[in-house]
Design a protein around this ligand. Structure first.
Ligand code: COA
Length: 173
């Protein structure tokens, strides 16, 4: 099924305006440019390895969204087609788990509430899609994601014991 057509405008605290919309097949090149433009550190924190490009299967999943199993939203600065942030959910890689959520923001746009904005839109969409919970796997060294998580009511799953990776979840009210 096609995803709901999202097209929302937000003004950040620094005065810049960003547009958040559902990802479309036409976003494929901009999405690869976004991934290729991430710093090594950001790429590692998002993908758990350094990625220059998304593999074709993942690019297809992110841009040819099979809603409600998958959802991807992108942020651009108003007047530009350059992607500055990306968030979405995919089915759990663990059988009977909840959908997995992930987010990444271009390095030069970090700390400006882009991830906060993207995740707010994603949670609204998850509610519309009747999701009850989104979960995510985050490297334990990813302190910025932990700080963001506590701002957004994302909970650390204390039963998940992995020395490198933490499991987090957020119930969709
Ligand atoms: C983790 C990550 C997604 C955070 O994105 P971000 O856009 O910088 O996050 P936000 O700006 O929304 O929120 C974080 C910061 O903004 C602040 N903030 C939140 N809302 C705000 C607002 N309305 N106005 C001003 N600042 C705000 C937060 O307090 C926090 O401050 P900090 O940067 O000093 O820690 C980003 O660093 C990233 O892409 N990292 C690499 C990939 C990754 O780690 N992904 C997560 C694993 S899936």
């Amino acid at each position: 099924m096609d995803p709901p057509s999202v097209n929302r405008q937000f003004e950040l605290a620094d005065g810049s305006t960003i547009l958040v919309s559902s990802a479309r097949p036409r976003d494929a090149d901009a999405m690869q440019a976004f991934v290729g433009g991430l710093s090594q550190r950001s790429s590692y924190l998002r993908f758990f390895s350094r990625l220059d490009q998304l593999p074709p299967s993942i690019l297809k999943r992110f841009t040819q969204v099979d809603y409600p199993s998958n959802m991807t939203i992108v942020a651009v600065q108003e007047g530009s087609s350059k992607i500055i942030g990306l968030a979405g959910w995919t089915p759990s890689h663990v059988q009977s788990g909840d959908d997995e959520c992930a987010v990444a923001v271009a390095d030069e746009w970090q700390s400006r509430a882009v991830a906060t904005t993207l995740l707010g839109v994603l949670y609204d969409l998850a509610k519309i899609a009747h999701k009850t919970r989104l979960e995510g796997f985050v490297l334990r060294e990813n302190h910025r994601m932990f700080a963001l998580a506590s701002n957004l009511g994302i909970v650390l799953d204390k039963d998940f014991r992995d020395p490198l990776v933490a499991k987090m979840y957020r119930d969709i009210a």
